[in-house]
Each structure stands twice: as structure tokens, then as C-alpha cells.
Design a protein around this ligand. Structure first.
Ligand code: NAP
Length: 481
């Protein structure tokens, strides 16, 4: 891999401010070509324990620093990420597959959390509370929760780390991260820049490894860890929540979704199609807030499908580093098989393939951007998160009915509403049981707003003032006069 700054390519764990080899290594490959990118430390539970010990030892000094001092270090980290963004994007594309332009967007989005939380930590105000008793003085202070452990997924290998690590570090916590085994290089490159920025040793630690269960047990059960934060699938999230129960850890969970995308007959069709393309085919559909169920009013169904078809047909598929490519491969073979399976199941139950529906000859991880019509709520493609480039369209006729159908899922992460009628838009946005609702746009994630889900899509929020609050304990102080 050719980089302007070859120092960013690291293959060892980053523990206690040092690069440490593990007993074994694991291969990291380009999902587009299968080419070996390098062999990375295959860390174990023992490495995770060493990282927790380092984070525990680093905590008193880091939390004692003023918010301004922590902010200055974090801002240096932010600056270095921006300066190295092209190399970081290249690493990301090669290990994850998304087009370079998307990877560059993710690096800057990821960096924005560091900049924003560096500023926000200066405003960790407590309160003076009007007392209930003249002989007492009441107040609150906010203190860092302690050592924070994180497990992150492969679909956003940079931003899912900074969205957790930045507020934690800004609050005065120390951090241990296990990235997904497919995408460890982005995590390690971030550590290299944190090191250059002067983050004290032990403050940020990364353990890469294929023994997710073993490493995960340490991160969820070690009593020295105060808070666990996870982004990934709902089944794994439930397991990890149960593991956290033994030591009553604070938890944040960013889990799976099943996003409805509702197009009313008063929608602007070009806006709706543009939004649908953005939320469905970005990162080959491997996005937790990706549209999963597209409900289109029957009066505009055919027009919407035709417009969507021509946009989908125009997508350029290929290796993420090639110029002009809009969609790369999926992350691994079993993701392709899963999507293929869901499409076949839908077709067997009466859905129609308008476009795509099969693997592409580019490589074993490529699946064609696919458009299905005639989908129903009973099909697996509508009840399960397809996490792939498949747009599954259904019809509706009635507002109350489509709201009921959109809400009829255990998930509650993101939903989309397309309507030019402001009263309807307000009514529907409020009625949807989701943590995030986007109206007349397909792109809404930002550092400054709270990201997270209702129901089985998660607990807590990342980003915004809510994202900062997750890493503080509020202490109530009562002084007798
Ligand atoms: P996943 O299988 O749950 O994996 C996520 C992380 O959990 C990886 O680091 C994985 O490690 C680790 N893991 C797996 N099994 C574990 C265990 N038994 N103990 C400890 N750690 C374990 O999820 P995924 O398939 O990679 O990611 C896709 C899912 O993430 C989708 O459902 C998506 O919706 C969700 N997601 C949610 C958000 C959000 O903000 N709500 C954002 C992005 C993705 P290995 O890589 O080593 O297996």
C-alpha cells in the first residue's frame, strides 16, 4: 500500500503508548480483490487485560487535567487527521471497500467528532440547586465516568471509533477499543496520530484480534471498566448487555435498524429519489440507517420506481480506488450470500426484480445494485435488515396505515419521510417510533446532533450534547451549613 505517510500503517496493538506484537497474527485483505494488505496482531483476552490495566493507570492523570488542556491535545489529534486525511481514506477504502470519495467523507466526519467534543468538554457545567433547607447548600458536579471500553463494526472503521473515543477522552475518561477484525488498520492509524498529538500513554488503547468473544468478555466484565459502548448488530449487542450486567456497567448501544422510507403522493419526486439513492446505496447499503423498506403511495409508485430505476442503473460499480466509482464490494462473502438469499426469498414470495438481483463478475464480494417491487411486509426482506444494495419497494394508500406498518418492527433507529405538505410531514415525523427521522433528505448524520435508536436499536446517543453526557457521572453534593 503506497502512502504519503507510511508511518500510518501499523500492524501491532497499541497498548500503554507502545506498539506491541501479539503471539499470533491475522490477515487483513482488500474485500474488492482479496489481496493481502498485511498481517495484524491477533490479540487475545490477555492483551485486552493489559490494555485495561494501562487505561486504569492512565486515568488519574488524564482526568485531573483541565478541560482546556485535554481539548488542546484533542485538537492536535484532529489537525493531524485532517492533514493525513488522504492516506487515512486510502487505508479505509482498501480494507473496507467503500469508494474513495465516501472514505474521505468518513475521515472528515470522524475527525469532526474530535474537534467538536474538544470544544464541548469546556462546558461540562454543574448546577447550583435552590435548597429545600436553609441549613444546606446543594449542587451538582460532572465527573468522567472512568475507563471506557468500546467495540466497533467494520462499516465505518474510522468514524465509529472517533464518535465514542472523542467524547470519552474529552470528558476525562481513558479508552480501550476493539475494532472489527476486517478493519483494524484504520483504528491503528488513528492511534499513530493520537500518539503524535501527544495523548499520554495508556489514555487510548487498541486491541485487534479475531477472538471477539474472549476480548469482549474482558471489555464487558472487567470491574476496572466503568462504561462499555458498542456499535454493531442487535443480537451481539444483547449478549454484551447481559455480560455487562455482572458489574452493572454503564452502557451505550448503537444497534441494528430496519428503516422505513415513506414517499407520499405530495412528495417532490426528484428529492425523494435523490434521498433514496443516498440512504440506500451508500457504502453498498451497509449502513445501520440505510433504508430497508420503501413505502410509496400508489398514485406515485410507477413514477418513483421509473426514476429510481434510471438512477440505480447509472451507478458505476468497481474498486473503490477507481475514479468515478459509486459503489464498491460488500465486506465479505457471507454478506453477499445473505443478500442473495433475501432476494431469492422475496422473489419466491411474489416480489419482482426490476434491476440487478445477482452477484457481479467483478469479484466474489460484489452484488449488483438491486431494485425490487411488489414487496410485502411479510417477506424476510422487509422484516430483516438487508444491509446490502437492495431497494425493496412496497405500495400504500393510507397515511395512518403506512405509519402503523412503518412502526411494526422491534427496531427504531432511523426513518425517512418524503412530503411537501408541512402539516403531514410534522404529523408523520412525530408519529414514527424512531430515534431519528429525516424529512425530504437522505443524509442527516452530523456531529452536532444526537444519533441513536429507540426500541431494540439501542440505548443512549452519540454526538451532540447528549453524546457528551454519556461519559459523565453527575455527582450531587450536599453541604450542611
Ligand atoms: P457485529 O457482528 O455485531 O460486529 C460488531 C462488532 O462486534 C465487531 O467488532 C465484532 O468483532 C464484535 N463482536 C461480534 N461478536 C462478538 C462477541 N460475541 N463478543 C464481543 N464482540 C463481538 O456487527 P456487524 O455485522 O459487524 O455490523 C453490522 C451491524 O452493526 C448492523 O446490524 C448495523 O445496523 C449495526 N450498526 C449500527 C450502527 C448504529 O449506530 N446504530 C452503526 C453501524 C452499524 P469481529 O469483527 O471480530 O467479529
Amino acid at each position: 500500500m503506497k502512502l504519503a505517510n507510511p508511518d500510518l500503517l501499523k500492524f501491532q496493538n497499541y497498548i500503554d503508548g507502545a506498539w506491541r506484537a501479539a503471539e499470533r497474527t491475522m490477515a487483513v485483505c482488500d474485500p474488492a480483490s482479496g489481496e493481502l494488505l498485511g498481517n495484524v496482531a491477533d490479540g487475545t483476552a490477555a492483551d485486552a487485560e493489559a490494555a485495561v490495566a494501562a487505561a486504569t493507570a492512565a486515568l488519574p492523570e488524564w482526568r485531573r487535567r483541565t478541560a482546556g488542556e485535554r481539548a488542546a491535545t484533542l485538537k492536535r489529534w484532529y489537525q493531524l487527521i485532517v492533514e493525513n486525511s488522504e492516506d487515512l481514506a486510502r487505508i479505509l477504502t482498501l480494507e473496507q471497500g467503500k469508494p474513495l470519495a465516501e472514505a474521505q467523507g468518513e475521515i472528515l466526519y470522524g475527525a469532526s467528532f474530535i474537534e467538536w467534543f474538544a470544544e464541548e468538554c469546556r462546558r461540562a457545567y454543574g448546577q447550583t440547586i435552590p435548597t429545600h433547607n436553609p441549613a444546606m447548600r446543594l449542587s451538582t458536579i460532572r465527573q468522567p465516568v472512568g475507563v471506557v471500553s468500546c467495540i466497533t463494526p467494520w462499516n465505518f472503521p474510522n468514524a465509529m471509533i472517533t464518535r465514542k473515543a472523542a467524547p470519552a477522552l474529552a470528558a476525562g475518561c481513558t479508552v480501550v477499543i476493539k475494532p472489527a477484525q476486517e478493519t483494524p488498520l484504520s483504528a491503528l492509524a488513528l492511534c499513530q496520530l493520537a500518539d503524535e498529538a501527544g495523548l499520554p500513554k495508556g489514555t487510548l488503547n487498541v486491541v485487534t484480534g479475531s477472538d471477539a468473544a474472549g476480548i469482549g468478555r474482558v471489555l464487558t466484565q472487567d470491574p476496572r471498566v466503568a462504561k462499555f459502548t458498542f456499535t454493531g448488530s442487535t443480537p451481539v449487542g444483547k449478549l454484551l448487555m447481559a455480560q455487562c450486567a455482572s458489574t452493572v456497567k454503564k452502557m451505550s448501544m448503537e444497534l441494528g435498524g430496519n428503516a422505513p422510507f415513506i414517499v407520499f403522493d405530495d412528495a417532490d419526486m426528484d428529492t425523494a429519489v435523490k434521498a433514496c439513492m443516498a440512504t440506500k446505496f451508500r457504502n453498498a447499503g451497509q449502513v445501520c440507517v440505510a433504508t430497508n423498506r420503501i413505502y410509496v403511495h400508489q398514485a406515485v409508485h410507477d413514477e418513483f420506481v421509473e426514476k429510481l430505476r434510471s438512477e440505480v442503473a447509472a451507478l458505476k460499480i468497481g474498486h473503490g480506488t477507481e475514479a468515478g466509482v459509486n459503489m464498491g464490494p460488500m465486506i465479505f462473502r457471507r454478506a453477499v450470500e445473505r443478500v442473495q438469499n433475501l432476494v431469492q426469498d422475496a422473489v419466491a414470495s411474489g416480489a419482482r426484480i426490476e434491476l440487478g438481483g445477482e452477484q457481479l463478475p467483478n469479484g466474489e464480494n460484489y452484488f449488483a445494485p438491486t431494485l425490487l417491487t411488489g414487496v410485502t411486509d411479510a417477506m424476510r426482506i422487509a422484516t430483516e435488515e438487508n444491509f446490502g444494495p437492495v431497494a425493496a419497494v412496497q405500495k400504500f394508500t393510507d397515511e395512518a396505515d403506512v405509519i402503523r406498518r412503518a412502526n411494526a418492527t422491534p427496531y427504531g433507529l432511523a426513518a425517512y419521510v418524503m412530503s411537501e405538505n408541512i402539516r403531514r410531514a410534522n404529523r408523520v415525523v412525530e408519529a414514527l417510533e424512531y430515534g431519528m427521522v429525516a424529512c425530504n433528505t437522505g443524509v442527516f448524520s452530523t456531529t452536532v446532533a444526537p444519533f441513536g435508536g429507540n426500541k431494540e436499536s439501542g440505548i443512549g446517543r452519540e454526538g451532540g450534547v447528549e453524546g457528551m453526557a454519556e461519559f459523565y457521572e453527575t455527582k450531587y453534593c450536599c453541604f450542611g451549613a
